[in-house]
Design a protein around this ligand. Structure first.
Ligand SMILES: NC(=O)c1ccc[n+]([C@@H]2O[C@H](COP(=O)([O-])OP(=O)(O)OC[C@H]3O[C@@H](n4cnc5c(N)ncnc54)[C@H](OP(=O)(O)O)[C@@H]3O)[C@@H](O)[C@H]2O)c1
Length: 335
């Protein structure tokens, strides 16, 4: 096998949302495998809003990707060579394999083993990947939706949001989507079982009063910022706010200013909790099995937005930030 590997490296460090010019397609030779290492051939590369955090050095949860290094990314790949008995050639894995054709790594890069009989390989990166796992765990663990309650979800047509919306519907809730266009709103109602939607280009307060006349019990916040400020002011007593994402904040330094919500949280007795999927690895397989069963029985739909070719990855990330994705954004590589 050729040892040549095409990969997308970080060419310069962006401030705020990365653009395609911050990345570069390069080729490098793969090293020989050391004891305990695997060579994984990527099949699907994940494109995730969190990747902005991986390249910025503003408030990092983990050290940022170095300029010149392969872009950090989750991927689905197949073991092509192995120096580890627990990972035989031919196994499919979901892990930190980067935006590149092939990756030499150790097992600590692996998030989950992929069983192609459970769902398609692409579903392993979305429905059963961080998007589905986050939708399920954040909604149930923090949101604790009860039948008859109103759940509002932002970035509602996206990979996490579309699944969270359907899961909230299955929990017997009235579910309201916050989205960037009428087209996405209509899809939320037609395909993802939302009851109503609000385009966030309208005034959030007025719009929410119209679509949530009984207030909001659970807010699944994927975006933060003005939308979150507006929803929190419509929450019912004892409401729960799931802080899952902050995609609407273009830059964290200096911190954006907004209304202070302490009084709302106090007087409405709200609970607000952050969620990070990587804290919950021990439950990935159990929750993935539940998601796979729901999808197989037709109760859960997961749309995918798949592009072909490694070179598409940087622009695909830009497109996700611009709301141009229709479902889970993936890059497919030829196997
Ligand atoms: N906490 C965790 O562990 C965890 C795990 C996975 C994902 N997440 C978060 O979940 C959120 C959704 O991720 P995803 O992978 O499912 O992506 P996604 O929702 O498929 O795509 C992102 C969507 O965000 C919306 N958006 C972009 N800019 C916006 C803005 N300024 N204001 C409002 N909405 C905006 C766009 O939809 P519109 O066209 O509707 O604007 C876009 O399609 C992200 O914030 C991500 O970081 C968190």
């Amino acid at each position: 096998m050729s040892r040549s590997n095409r990969r997308i490296i970080l060419a310069s460090r962006p401030v705020g949302i990365p653009q395609a010019r911050h990345f570069e397609l390069t080729t490098a030779e793969l090293p020989a495998l050391a004891d305990g290492e695997l060579l994984v051939e990527n099949v699907y590369l994940s494109v995730d809003p969190a990747q902005r955090g991986y390249v910025n050095d503003e408030d990092n949860y983990a050290p940022p990707v170095a300029v010149g290094a392969v872009m950090r990314a989750l991927a689905i790949g197949r073991v092509a060579e192995s120096q580890h008995d627990a990972y035989p050639v031919g196994d499919y894995l979901y892990g930190w394999f980067g935006w590149q054709e092939r990756c030499v790594c150790r097992p600590d890069a692996v998030l989950r083993r992929v069983d192609p009989r459970q769902a398609s390989l692409s579903a392993a990166a979305g429905l059963l990947g961080i998007n589905g796992l986050t939708a399920w765990m954040a909604l149930h663990d923090i949101g604790r939706p009860r039948s008859g309650e109103t759940v509002v979800i932002s970035a509602a047509a996206g990979a996490v949001g579309a699944l969270a919306g359907q899961l909230a519907h299955l929990a017997g809730c009235r579910v309201v989507a916050v989205v960037g266009s009428d087209d996405k709103g209509r899809r939320c109602v037609a395909d993802y079982r939302y009851d109503a939607y609000l385009d966030y280009h309208q005034h959030i307060g007025d719009g929410l009063r119209r679509v949530c006349p009984e207030g909001v019990d659970v807010y699944f916040d994927n975006v933060g910022g003005d939308i979150a400020d507006g929803v929190i002011r419509q929450m019912n007593r004892d409401g729960r706010v799931i802080q899952c994402g902050t995609i609407s904040i273009p830059c964290w330094v200096p911190p954006p200013q907004g209304p202070r919500n302490e009084r709302e949280i106090l007087t409405r007795r709200l609970r607000m909790q952050g969620f990070v999927i990587f804290d919950h690895a021990a439950r990935y397989d159990a929750v993935a099995a539940e998601l796979a069963a729901l999808a197989a029985s037709g109760k859960l739909r997961c749309d995918e937005d798949i592009e072909q070719g490694l070179e598409r990855a940087p622009q695909a990330l830009v497109d996700v930030y611009a709301g141009r994705n229709t479902g889970k954004k993936l890059i497919q590589l030829p196997l």
